[in-house]
Design a protein around this ligand. Structure first.
Ligand code: GDP
Ligand code: IMO
Ligand code: MG
Length: 436
């Protein structure tokens, strides 16, 4: 893909699995050379960890470029914003000395307290078909957007239209909460109205027509980096529906979620862990049973950034990644947490599924078939546990310094997916990264 006749480079970073692949770390790694770092979907269901010189930052809605002074952070129109949670995130960053250069789209939708109550009720209502949501109000706010009685950030600056919209949205959702989902919600409309007008005033300096700003930046040759949240298996269209989130994180969604032309994209970098983790509910073909899972979970620190829930873990799944390469249109992959995957004699890699006597090379649309999918494994020789000193040596040498068995593992994945693995991550710190 080309950028036309200017020097702008547009890079999109997206999750290739079930989220938590290390998108935050890799976004931060690239952000220092970017003029804009942009979130284009999702909300504070996301949790992105960035670690620089031992300082740990847990970001939820603020893009993971915020630690640099150069880029403008943009929260695009396709995101959904809990203003209370966002203000807490901003305050916390400012307290730690981070200077904010932030713009928030007027058009982003607002998560209201009753959306969180609906989300609480939905998990019980949906039972075995629930996704195990983060209870941040994500599905209900996107539902309101589609019903077209949603509230947008700009409405918080316009008291009359805000009240008019709030009456519709509040009436609908409170009825749903109390009478369908059976959850208590008794916060009066006027209290919410006053609280949210205050949130609007607090966030007003950041609100802007970010779609226009990005188009102008692109035309002026600026470097723009998009940070996806979640991962393709959680995409509401392409993921394991209904065990998904409620937005699209496919790279192509930057047009809808940030208002920039698709003709602008140069690089689409998929982030994949060297194994798989899943927080929440869905079938998970390569999941390890609990006796094996605990060691990998603890070694990899696999506990949710947003909810603290223990993440389920399993072997690398190439069927899942094949779909991610295809649907995102990846130009390359980053493989993270290879340091965590060390110390195993054998590494099983899932190359296909088997269900009802059929071999499946692709993720099936049928949930029923997916529930029955059993992994077909090809075994790879593992590599020894890597000490900190060994990792530091490898980081100095680069790709050729990796253990031969790790290089074989990487080569196999690359060949099987027909997608280059251009970046290797060997630790959570910004500098623990190898570009090939
Ligand atoms: P995201 O949601 O995709 O941004 O990922 P999270 O930040 O939720 O989860 C990834 C976790 O792995 C975080 O705790 C990161 O600090 C950590 N991490 C990222 N890359 C690596 C790596 O290569 N090795 C290790 N050991 N940890 C990593
Ligand atoms: P990052 O950006 C992992 C999962 C939830 C649940 C489903 C729906 O950190 O990779 P939601 O609250 O969105 O309605 O939950 O999606 N989920 C995530 N899992 N990482 C995330 O984000 C996630 N965001 C949502 O666990 O299964
Ligand atoms: Mg995460």
């Amino acid at each position: 893909m080309t950028t036309g006749n200017n020097q702008s480079r547009v890079t999109v970073i997206v999750g290739a699995q079930w989220g938590d692949e290390g998108k935050g770390k890799i976004t931060d790694f690239f952000a220092g050379d970017s003029d804009y770092v942009v979130r284009y979907h999702g909300g504070n269901n996301a949790g992105h960890t960035v670690i620089v010189n031992g300082n740990i930052f847990k970001l939820h809605l603020i893009p993971s470029g915020v630690l640099y002074s150069r880029p403008v952070s943009i929260i695009g129109n396709g995101t959904v914003i809990d203003p209370d949670a966002l203000i807490k995130e901003l305050d916390e960053l400012e307290k730690r000395g981070v200077k904010l250069n932030l713009k928030i789209s007027y058009r982003a939708h607002v998560i209201m307290p009753y959306h969180i109550a609906v989300d609480e009720g939905l998990t019980g209502y949906q039972g075995a078909l629930a996704a195990g949501s983060t209870k941040r109000g994500i599905a209900p706010v996107y539902a309101d957007k589609m019903y077209r009685h949603g509230i947008r950030m700009i409405d918080l600056l316009e008291p009359e239209i805000f009240h008019e919209k709030l009456e519709k949205s509040y009436g609908f959702n409170v009825n749903l909460v109390n009478n369908v989902l059976g959850v208590e919600f008794d916060k009066p409309l006027d209290d919410i109205y006053l609280d949210y007008l205050k949130f609007g005033q607090r966030l007003q300096p950041y609100l802007a027509d970010t779609e226009l700003a990005l188009a102008q930046a692109h035309a002026a040759g600026k470097q723009i980096l998009f940070e996806g949240a979640q991962g393709l298996s959680l995409d509401v269209d392409h993921g394991i529906y209904p065990h998904t989130t409620s937005s699209n994180m496919t790279a192509g969604h930057i047009a809808a979620g940030a208002g920039i032309t698709l003709r602008s994209i140069d690089r689409i970098i998929g982030i994949a862990k060297a194994y798989v983790s899943r927080v929440g509910i869905s079938p998970f073909p390569t999941e390890l049973d609990e006796s094996e899972a605990k060691a990998l979970r603890d070694k990899g620190g696999e506990y949710g950034t947003t909810t603290g829930r223990p993440r389920r873990v399993g072997w690398l799944d190439l069927v899942q990644l094949r779909q991610a390469v295809r649907v995102h249109g990846l130009t390359e992959l980053t493989l993270t947490k290879l340091d965590v995957l060390s110390g195993f004699d054998e590494l099983p890699v899932c190359v296909a599924y088997e269900a009802r006597g059929q071999r499946l090379e692709e993720v099936p649309a049928s949930l029923d078939l997916y529930r029955e999918a059993k992994p077909v494994y090809q075994n790879y020789t593992g590599w020894e546990n890597l000490s900190v000193a060994q990792i530091n040596r490898i980081l100095k040498t680069g790709f050729t310094g990796l253990p031969q068995a790790m290089r074989n593992y990487i080569q196999f994945i690359e060949d099987a997916l027909e997608c280059p693995i251009s970046i290797i991550s060997l630790g959570p710190e910004r500098h623990q990264t190898i570009v090939r």
